[in-house]
Design a binder for this molecule. Sequence first.
Ligand code: GLN
Length: 495
Amino acid sequence: MHPTDFTLRGAIDALSEGTISSVELTQAHLDGIAKLNPRLNAFITVTAEKALAQAKASDERRAAGQVGALEGIPLAIKDLFCTAGTRTTAGSRILDSFVPPYESTVSQKLLNDGAVFLGKANLDEFAMGSSNTTSASGPVENPWSRANDPDTRLVPGGSSGGSAAAVAARLALGATATDTGGSIRQPAAFCGIAGIKPTYGRCSRFGIVAFASSLDQAGPVARTVEDCAILLKSMAGFDPKDSTSADMPVPDFAKACERGVKGLRIGVPKEYRLDGMAPEIVALWEQGLQWLRDAGAETVEISLPHAKYALPTYYIVAPAEASSNLARYDGVRFGMRVTEPGSDLRDLYERTRAAGFGAEVRRRIMIGTYVLSAGYYDAYYLKAQKVRALIRRDFEQAYADVDAIVTPATPSAAFGMDEKQDDPVAMYLNDIFTVTANLAGLPGLAVPAGLDGQGLPLGLQVIGRAFDEETVFAVGRTLERAAGFDALPRLRAGA
Ligand code: GLN
């Protein structure tokens, strides 16, 4: 077996049995990166030397009997998480030269548990996108391709496209990601891996470059549901440095994976049956519900009447918060500065921001400032906030009757790198099934569940009650086991 073929759980076991060292495991992943990253572009920065030093230190700790929960496990870190001493770009030119003096809480927790960082994973600029084509470091390619059209290069989804592509291509055992409207779940589904956006507040946002603060959540992507559970356990927990982080105990998520679904009531929202949805996705959804019934769950139709407003609501709230969060990139405090002799301060701001931000980010800033502007605030932003409250209430009412909700993860499989690029609205539709969980603050897990007619992965989504990731993992693991998803992408390390 090639060392990059381990699951994260398998690697933990192999390390503890001593059949492999962290240095060997890390080197195998670095070799895979050296071979495939020039094509996939999943990493913006590869920290090979640091990784090998961390791996060596980990092997020494293990020899001394000190073994953390992720001791010696090589991971990729989305380049939205500040990493002390390692460049953190957020996929933007404006942070091209930013080297944070501090570590994000989530990445620090992973380091505390013994993890090894291979490098910083590519992403859409400031995590805005669904195809990882807006990064200043160039697009990421999905390691999967269509069976009858292998030459068309596909997107990995976004914004955590680098994280998902790296994990799918076996360039890392797992990765950190963030999800504001679907950026963990959609790329996980497009790349045939698992990913969970936890409940809002479960993971600290401290040291994560902010996009839309009331929606952003960190979470893991990995090749199995259990691997996600192991990573989330390390990433989660109260942090006094983030006033929105929840002071709640962190359960043993991996244990919850084995709970089964007997007696659970699974909600099936009728509003998610969209006109014109691909028949393969409808069929997979039906199949998933049947698997859950076979495992002892009951499925019930529910209604989320305001779900149809979720996408427009999201695309008002998220840009509004983004326009405010991105005001800090002014050429004075962070990264890039563009100035001319004789420039005044306003000119410095304008030149820096015009040169530093890409087209999608500028579009969001303009939408955001517009919906927040004096004349339109009530009509757009305030209205969106009211609809958001109704969307949240729909879920509360549904959860009076059901334990979890199951939907497709995305309305399609991965698309071509040059498709949908000139139509922002078609791009925004990618998030139709995922944004509701962010607006309501609920946990959502994407599980690889099948292939489309072209041999591309398709995912199902499990949405749970706030802070009930355990049930989400139990349902997800049941779907994963029934699906027996074992297809492999064409481009991968060790192949
Ligand atoms: N695709 C969505 C957007 O572009 C979600 C991005 C995300 O979750 N970070 O806003």
